[in-house]
Ligand binder design. Structure first.
Ligand code: ZN
Length: 48
């Protein structure tokens, strides 16, 4: 699951079906342009 933000209304859209559905749109305003709000910050240090 990745948090997405609507391009138009800036609402955070929690998309779970996005990956399954071809047409994704903001449930708030219907905007179809969503972008990933924040890339998951994964800091992994490979320990030897
Ligand atoms: Zn929206």
């Amino acid at each position: 699951m990745c948090p997405y933000t609507c391009y138009k209304c800036k609402q955070e859209v929690d998309i779970t079906l996005t990956e399954a559905l071809p047409g994704v749109k903001c449930p708030h305003c219907g905007q179809r342009i969503l972008y990933k709000a924040r890339p998951p910050i994964i800091k992994r240090v490979k320990a030897k």
